[in-house]
Design a protein around this ligand. Structure first.
Ligand code: UDX
Ligand code: ADP
Length: 459
């Protein structure tokens, strides 16, 4: 197999962007080009203000851009020159037709395969980087191999496990790198070529090679297991609120069992992000497709509990606030799906805000990074919504302060100053359990944590 020199990544998003930057950083001898159909995105990658916010990314891009990392919209040239192509295009849940609401929409992946076939002049390794449902490789392979030029393509699955907000750290020091390929010698050679990229900085024992199908399925299962832990603890948070137990105490105690472990047991308003819901729904679709309805229902319940948790949060607010929020100002602290990102894809804050707007509350939304996205997400919403980066302004004259994202910035606010500017009685709902509840109660707030008894001044 010819030596790898040129790497192309198709799709300059949350996965492709950071991944290629880190590969470029560790592999100065490779020339890496990232292409996208979205010219505005590519312009942003070439500008001082990158299109995504990720701690540490600016520095990596500054080191590599123009050296061995290039951003371009010239897909034909990129494909022609590449020895290896990573496919990192988006795979949203289908919104129409067969499998709507569950199956992945593979139109972007298929289009990419057709672009590769059209422009390639020699055979290449094509790496699936986007999360794809099991057996996508087969479809990808059929489109690629059906070329009239007699070219041979090798398909490799190399799912990305990075989490947003810690992408650079996760890429620099991954817990594992998973590479799946076909069993034949060409397939194994292709797997080895991809593994060689990672050996520049990842210890060999952390690089796992499997079959294509196992690799594709592992990515879905990893996300489903993580999401399942969150839904499990969120379901228990509901029981804690009814019984007076404290969900954080329960999490801490069960997490000390090394078989359970302490991570991903924080109760809150539910999980968000571009992966969890999409991947579970995909898993559900696959189980249904393969005639396993019981398994499908099991995984679907993880998503059901997530939706229930956001609904339950608003119902708790209503009950506390005398069964009405109509025309009351509610300050929303945090709209991103988690801290340290501007990403709002599938953020549970959206469900909470929409429900509050349906109750005719007026919302003042504050987020350090996600206001532009929040404006887009709520662009079609009826009702009174304002946006501000200033939390004190958001809280001015509000009836309730609602914390929806665990940004450290919100933990450092002057809550005495905020209290002075609130309507009384002052309500504070902590959807992420990251504020000092008793201290806030002592200041004068009526505090409603998640999965714990409330702290109220009412008789
Ligand atoms: C996730 C996976 O972690 C990553 O491996 C995969 O590649 C992509 O999907 P990400 O979507 O960036 O990454 O976010 P993650 O940090 O996993 O958090 C997902 C959601 O779960 C967030 O909304 C977060 O607030 C929520 N969460 C997480 C909880 O509610 N409780 C927890 O204990 C942990
Ligand atoms: P992810 O979180 O999986 O990285 P994103 O939506 O952030 O998803 O990024 C996917 C990127 O792929 C987008 O910038 C989109 O414009 C790009 N894309 C989709 N289809 C194609 C295509 N056929 N050719 C090039 N880029 C594409």
């Amino acid at each position: 197999m010819k030596e790898i020199r040129n790497i192309l990544c198709i799709g300059a998003g949350y996965v492709g962007g950071p991944t290629m930057a880190v590969i470029a950083d560790h592999c100065p001898e490779y020339r890496i080009t990232v292409v996208d159909i979205d010219a505005r995105r590519i312009d942003a990658w070439n500008s001082p203000r990158l299109p995504i916010y990720e701690p540490g990314l600016d520095q990596v891009v500054a080191r590599c851009r123009g050296r061995n990392l290039f951003y371009s919209t010239d897909i034909p040239k990129g494909v022609r020159e590449a020895d290896i192509i990573f496919v990192s295009v988006n795979t949203p849940t289908k919104t129409f037709g067969s499998g709507a609401g569950r199956a992945s929409d593979l139109q972007f992946v298929e289009r990419t395969a057709r672009q590769i076939v059209e422009y390639a002049q020699d055979g290449k390794i094509v790496v699936e980087k986007s999360t794809l449902p099991v057996r996508t490789a087969q479809a990808l392979s059929r489109v690629l191999q059906a070329n009239a030029k007699g070219l041979r393509f090798q398909i490799v699955s190399n799912p990305e496990f990075l989490a947003e907000g810690t992408a650079i750290q996760d890429l620099d020091d991954p817990e594992r790198v998973l590479i799946g390929g076909t069993d034949d010698p060409e397939g194994q050679e292709a797997v080895e070529a991809v593994a060689r990229i990672y050996t520049h900085w990842v210890p060999r024992e952390k690089i796992i090679t499997t079959s294509l199908w196992s690799s594709e399925l592992t990515k879905l299962v990893a996300n489903a297991f993580l999401a399942q832990r969150i839904s499990s603890i969120n379901s228990i948070s509901a029981l804690c609120e009814r019984t007076g137990a404290d969900v954080d105490q329960v999490s801490q105690a069960i997490g000390m069992d090394s078989r359970i472990g302490p991570k991903f047991l924080r109760a809150g308003i539910g999980f968000g992000g571009s992966c969890f819901r999409k991947d579970i729904l995909n898993l559900v679709y696959l189980c249904e497709h393969y005639g396993l309805p019981e398994v499908a229902r099991y995984w679907e319940s993880v998503v059901d509990i997530n939706d229930y948790q956001a609904r339950r949060f608003v119902e708790k607010m209503l009950e506390a606030m005398f069964n009405t929020v109509t025309e009351k100002k509610v300050a929303i602290l945090g709209f991103a799906f988690k801290a340290n990102t501007g990403d709002t894809r599938d953020t549970p804050a959206l469900a909470v805000c929409r429900q509050l707007l349906a109750e005719r509350a007026s919302l003042a939304i504050c987020d350090p990074r996600a206001l532009d996205n929040a404006r887009q997400e709520l662009g079609d919403a009826d009702g009174n919504v304002s946006y501000t980066p200033d939390p004190y302004l958001a809280c001015q004259d509000a009836h309730a302060v609602v914390l929806l994202t665990d940004w450290p910035d919100f933990q450092r606010l002057d809550y005495r100053r905020i209290l002075d500017s609130l309507q009384k009685p002052a309500f504070l709902f902590d959807g992420r359990n990251c504020l000092p509840h008793q201290a806030l109660f002592n200041l004068g707030y009526n505090v409603y944590p998640t999965g714990k008894p409330p702290w109220t001044h009412f008789p």
